[in-house]
Ligand binder design. Structure first.
Ligand SMILES: [Zn+2]
Length: 105
């Protein structure tokens, strides 16, 4: 997964991708702002979703916490959050054969 991310999305500060199965938090994944992306398989129902989560968190791994903190609010609506969502939905990283426009409204 790490190699796939590097190839498709470019370098980031992420050095490890860890897969966990946790009821809480109810997140698909998260970036710890250090060097690890956590993928929570409990809530991931498809390969497509996994790729989206990877693209989203990887984008955060290319951003700086300093800048993220500056954004108001911290969660939804944060400028860097919006950037990550855009990346998640963009076509550039999609593996052949999986087209997000077929899955998204
Ligand atoms: Zn995010």
């Amino acid at each position: 997964m790490l190699q796939w991310c590097q190839r498709r999305l470019g370098p980031s500060r992420c050095r490890t991708i860890r897969v966990v199965d946790r009821a809480r938090p109810e997140y698909y994944g998260w970036w710890d702002w250090d060097r690890t992306i956590w993928i929570n398989v409990r809530w991931i129902k498809s390969r497509t979703q996994l790729y989206r989560v990877l693209a989203h968190e990887w984008t955060h791994a290319q951003q700086r916490w300093r800048d993220y903190k500056k954004g108001i609010p911290l969660g939804e609506g944060n400028p860097l959050e919006i950037e990550a969502r855009k990346r998640e939905r963009s076509l550039e990283f999609w593996p052949a054969g999986i087209a997000p426009h077929k899955l998204r409204k």
